[in-house]
Ligand binder design. Structure first.
Ligand code: SF4
Length: 122
C-alpha cells in the first residue's frame, strides 16, 4: 500500500554536547551508533513505501544533523536522494561549530535551503 505523505521529517538525534535545558530526543554523538541509525532509517523509509514524487518538503532536524561526519552525511543524502528530487523546500538544522566548507558544499549540492541552528553548551 502506498503512503500519500507530502512532507518528510528526518530526525537525526545526535549532538556533540547535551544541553541541560533541551527536551528534544537526542543522544551524544557516537560514530558507530550513527551508522546503525542510518541503516535503520534506510530500512524504515523503504518499509513506508512513500512515493518519492509525492514529497514536497523535507526537514532534517535533531539533535544536530551537522554533528555527523562528511561520510555519514553523504550516506544520509544517498538515502534521501529519491525524495530530494521532487521536494521544493528542503531544510536542515546546522550548528556552525561543527559545519565546515565541505559539509556546506554537500548541502548545496543536495539542494538544501539550510537553516542554522546554534545551540549553547552547558
Ligand atoms: S545541541 Fe541542540 S538538540 Fe542537541 S542537546 Fe543542545 S539544544 Fe538539544
Amino acid at each position: 500500500m502506498s503512503n500519500s505523505a507530502h512532507a518528510l521529517y528526518v530526525h537525526i538525534p545526535f549532538c556533540e554536547h547535551i544541553c541541560g535545558y533541551c527536551d528534544f530526543t537526542k543522544m551524544i554523538y557516537n560514530p558507530a551508533w550513527v551508522d546503525d541509525y542510518l541503516l535503520a532509517l534506510q530500512q524504515e523509509i523503504g518499509a513506508r513505501a512513500i512515493n518519492p514524487s509525492d514529497i514536497k518538503t523535507i526537514y532534517i532536524g535533531g539533535g544536530t544533523p551537522s554533528a555527523l561526519n562528511l561520510k555519514q552525511l553523504e550516506r544520509l543524502f544517498v538515502i534521501l536522494a529519491p525524495y530530494m528530487a521532487s521536494a521544493v523546500e528542503k531544510t536542515i538544522e546546522l550548528n556552525v561549530e561543527n559545519t565546515n566548507l565541505e559539509k556546506l558544499k554537500l548541502f548545496k549540492g543536495a539542494g538544501n535551503k539550510s537553516n542554522f541552528h546554534r545551540c549553547s553548551v552547558f
